[in-house]
Each structure stands twice: as structure tokens, then as C-alpha cells.
Design a binder for this molecule. Structure first.
Ligand SMILES: [Mn+2]
Length: 353
């Protein structure tokens, strides 16, 4: 046992020494000394070519961690709550598990040839310090945290967390940018008014956003909506606000690239927020979520939607509702991690080869 332990330590020691050597060789004196393994102007994730994928503290995409958004163009932020969930809980563990599964992410997007880490300074800035016992206080904390992030000019890529979080995030986003367009991918409209006597929860965020004038309603699209409803026309309220509603039946058996061309025209050149609830995907692809609905989008369609947002003036994105306790294979969190990377790859100013 002792010799095994010694061997392990020796192995770690050698890989660490190699890493240190590699970093010093590549380091550019003009670059920020806090940056790991980057001889370039921007943060570069630790590569599994040189450092074991499973080693180290699991930051998102193996990027450096920093406390604030200062100096960043984009940041991954966790919001670990599930106190707004109406059914199966567990989304509070989403940010943590998505970070673990994100160890598979590499630096380039082979499909689109995007090179996010040659374009933007990106880091993981940890989690919002939420209050597990008070959802309203949590919303206040999220709003305050996002005000600070946005004040630096950084674009937040949020790792949820249940869908409640999009409401306080959009409060901060609209404070900075004015009413925004919204690409909302979800099995549910999340436009309920009051649920169990409460106005705050994961089924109501976009009703609250409309009431507060945070959305440019003509530039809102909801994609993937489905499931049983409380009335025959579950999406009447959305349509009455001017939202475009794309029920899942319109998405079945086809590429969503043509739809996204229409969405880009709808969004125009104004600021856009992208909110992606993992339950938009079929439970066959993403079973680890709180309120699954059958016959959903494929993982391919999820990627098509995000890639279809290229060219939009994205000012923030979130990926919500991954619930690791219901994700026995880890595939839901892995999918969430990849969708977040796809979001990074369509932010403004990203370089494509
Ligand atoms: Mn939702």
C-alpha cells in the first residue's frame, strides 16, 4: 500500500514537473502572471495532452479560476440552487457536476472551427453565494452578483441551477442593456403567474421578466415547448405577449438550421440573451433533470440552435436544470458542459478558422 502510494506521488511529481517546465517555456512575460500554461494573450485551458484530464481542481473546461470578472471577456459562473424546483430536486449540484464532466472539453470546436481561447479572455469565476433557505434572498444575491459581473464588460455564461435564476440574471442584464431579445430553449414556457401561492420559482421567471419590462417581447422565441398543460392552449399567454412559440412538433424529424435563420432575422442587431433548459432535450439524451417531458429535441438539434445564434449580439447565456442525482451516467452533465462550450463559441468577436 505504502509503495503504491509512493508510486502515485512519484507519477504526480513528474507530471507536475513537466507541466511547470512547459508553462515556463511558453510563458510570455507580457501575459498576466496568474494565467496557467498560456504563452498567449488569453487564458488557455490546461490540455489533456500534457496534464491528466482527471487531475486538478475541476474548474469549468479546466480554465483558470479567478475571484472576480475583472479583465475577462466571458466568464463561467455557477448558480447552485434548486429551491425553485417544482418536482425532482438536485439542480443545486448542477454546476459542480457540469464542471467535473467538462474535463472532456478541448480548446477548439472541430465542427465550426471556432477558437474561443484565441479570441476572448475566459475564466471560471466560481459560484454565486446563494441562500438555500430563502429563494427571494437568493434572487437578490444573484442580481447583485451579476450587476458586478456585467459592470466589468464581461459576458456571463451561467451554469445552473434551476430556471428561477434567469429572472434575477435578466434583471441585471436589462439594467445594463435595456430590454433584450431572448432565445429560450425549453420543454416548458416558464411563464406561470403564481405557483402554490408564490410568484418566484422555476415555472415563472419569464412572466416576471415581462412584467418588469426586461424583454423586448417581439424578439423572444421559445423553442421545444411540449407536454401536458393546464389548458388546451398552454402557450396562449406567450403568444399574446408577441413571443414566437415553436412547439416541439414543429421541430420533429428535421434540422433546425432553417428555423435559426428566421430567429436571427427576428433578433436583429439588438442585445440577445440565450437561456437553455436542458429539459428541452429528450429525456433519452438528458434524463438528469427535474421536470422531464417525452418526445423532445435531439442533442443535435440543441447544438444546431446554439450554433444558429452565431452572429447575434449575445450578452449572456445560461444552461439550467441539470440534476445530477437523476443523471446516473453523467451524460446529462456532459451534454450541459458541451452546450456551454458551444455557447462560448458563438459569442461576439470569436475567431473562426
Ligand atoms: Mn425551464
Amino acid at each position: 500500500m505504502l509503495s503504491l502510494w509512493r508510486n502515485l506521488n512519484l507519477t504526480n511529481f513528474f507530471s507536475l514537473r513537466q507541466t511547470v517546465a512547459l508553462c515556463s517555456a511558453r510563458r510570455d512575460p507580457r501575459s498576466n502572471p496568474n494565467r496557467t500554461c498560456s504563452g498567449k494573450r488569453f487564458n488557455v485551458p490546461t490540455s489533456a495532452e500534457f496534464v491528466a484530464r482527471v487531475s486538478g481542481i475541476p474548474t469549468m473546461a479546466k480554465l483558470p479560476f479567478q475571484e472576480t470578472a475583472d479583465g475577462l471577456d466571458a466568464a463561467f459562473v455557477g448558480v447552485p440552487i434548486d429551491t425553485g424546483t417544482s418536482n425532482r430536486p438536485g439542480a443545486r449540484f448542477g454546476p459542480r457536476q457540469i464542471r467535473v464532466e467538462s474535463a472532456m472539453l478541448r480548446a477548439y470546436n472541430s465542427g465550426t472551427r471556432a477558437a474561443p481561447y484565441e479570441s476572448l479572455m475566459v475564466a471560471d469565476i466560481g459560484d454565486v453565494n446563494v441562500n438555500m433557505y430563502d429563494l427571494k434572498d437568493t434572487c437578490k444575491r444573484i442580481r447583485t452578483a451579476y450587476r458586478k459581473i456585467l459592470a466589468t464588460g464581461c459576458i456571463p455564461l451561467t451554469i445552473g441551477g434551476d430556471h428561477t435564476i434567469s429572472y434575477p440574471i435578466l434583471q441585471a442584464v436589462a439594467e445594463k442593456h435595456g430590454p433584450v431579445g431572448l432565445v429560450h430553449v425549453d420543454a416548458h414556457a416558464d411563464t406561470g403567474d403564481v405557483i402554490l401561492g408564490d410568484k418566484i420559482g422555476h415555472g415563472t421567471p419569464f412572466r416576471r421578466c415581462v412584467e418588469e419590462g426586461l424583454l423586448d417581447c417581439k424578439r423572444v422565441v421559445q423553442i421545444g415547448l411540449r407536454g401536458t398543460g393546464y389548458s388546451a392552449d398552454s402557450y396562449e399567454w406567450s403568444r399574446a405577449q408577441g413571443f414566437r412559440v415553436v412547439q416541439v412538433e414543429e421541430c420533429w424529424f428535421k434540422s433546425l438550421a432553417p428555423l435559426m435563420a428566421e430567429v436571427r432575422a427576428q433578433m436583429g442587431s439588438g442585445p440577445v440573451y440565450l437561456s437553455f433548459d436542458i429539459d428541452a432535450l429528450d429525456p433519452g439524451f438528458a434524463p438528469g433533470t427535474g421536470t422531464p417531458e417525452i418526445a423532445g429535441l435531439t442533442a443535435i438539434q440543441g447544438v444546431e440552435i446554439i450554433r444558429g445564434c452565431r452572429g447575434l449580439k449575445l450578452v449572456g447565456c445560461d444552461l439550467v436544470e441539470v440534476s445530477p442525482p437523476y443523471d446516473t451516467t453523467g451524460n446529462t452533465a456532459l451534454t450541459g458542459a458541451n452546450l456551454l462550450f458551444e455557447m462560448l463559441c458563438v459569442l461576439p468577436k470569436i475567431k473562426y478558422y
